[in-house]
Design a protein around this ligand. Structure first.
Ligand code: GTP
Length: 240
């Protein structure tokens, strides 16, 4: 399914790029356990997070080391206003609920609107239904999928931090998604920069031609950039 991998904990490799990731969802849905499972391959019973914790996960993808700096937030109502201050600049949000707890699913809209109010507008969102190892189920797969489609979310998983199902894939696919977006934006920026340089050269070229006594009003000088004209036309009277 994937051409990427999570590197062992404390890998000495230096990341090429770091992205902030935020985990949101009610208290007890398994956010901390998921991040620990993905990073260390262990399932540890944890105490409720106070405020937030940061966990780093390094993903190797496309010959790059991508560091996910995961802000594992506390799902307790009392901390909501503190937590919302940390949404800024997150590139990916894991919206986590527990499949055995309908309330944690029904409360997702509240988390989403907090994210919309306080986060960046281009943040990617993955829906995560955790505790898929449990037999008791209060949320169906169909409900999950419909929610993802209706809310226009980017990814959707069922996971078990306890058994390890999908716990790594959530972070790997998330890393791929935000890295590809980042790369596309960087390429577009480079193209725009080159376009600006080209336009500058054409302008300079036009100015230079106007000064030339052989300047021909009817000739479309803008058709060529500076180097083209120089190379192709040599001593032609339309060149400078
Ligand atoms: P807060 O820090 O309070 O926001 O909670 P959290 O969402 O981080 O939940 P946490 O990871 O602390 O897990 C809460 C409880 O759920 C713990 O008792 C875990 O052992 C249990 N748990 C977490 N993931 C799973 C899972 O995949 N399956 C099962 N059966 N239990 C899980």
């Amino acid at each position: 399914m994937t051409n990427a991998e999570i590197l062992p904990e404390n890998t000495p490799e230096i990341p090429d790029v770091t992205f902030k990731v935020i985990m949101l969802g009610n208290s007890g849905v398994g956010k901390t356990c998921l991040a620990i499972r993905a990073g260390t391959d262990n399932f540890q019973t944890t105490i409720p997070t106070l405020g937030f914790e940061i966990i780093n996960i390094n993903v190797r993808y496309s010959e790059k080391i991508i560091r996910l700096q995961i802000w594992d937030t506390c799902g307790q109502e009392a901390y909501k206003s503190i937590v919302s201050k940390f949404y800024k600049q997150a590139k990916l949000c894991l919206l986590v609920f527990s499949i055995d707890n309908k309330k944690s699913f029904n409360d997702l809209d509240g988390w989403l609107s907090e994210l919309k109010d306080n986060g960046d507008k281009n943040v990617k969102i993955a829906l995560v239904g955790n505790k898929s190892d449990l037999d008791k189920r209060e949320v169906t797969k169909e409900e999950e999928l419909n929610y993802k489609i209706k809310r226009n979310l980017d990814l959707c998983f069922e996971s078990s931090a306890k058994h390890g199902d999908n716990s790594k894939d959530i972070f790997i696919e998330g890393a791929k998604l935000i890295y590809n977006e980042y790369k596309k934006n960087a390429e577009n920026e480079e193209k725009n920069k080159n376009l600006k340089i080209d336009k500058k050269i054409i302008k300079k070229n036009k100015k230079k031609n106007k000064k030339n006594e052989n300047y021909d009003e009817d000739y479309d000088y803008e058709e060529y950039d500076y180097d083209d004209v120089k190379g192709q036309h040599g001593s032609c009277k339309k060149c400078f």
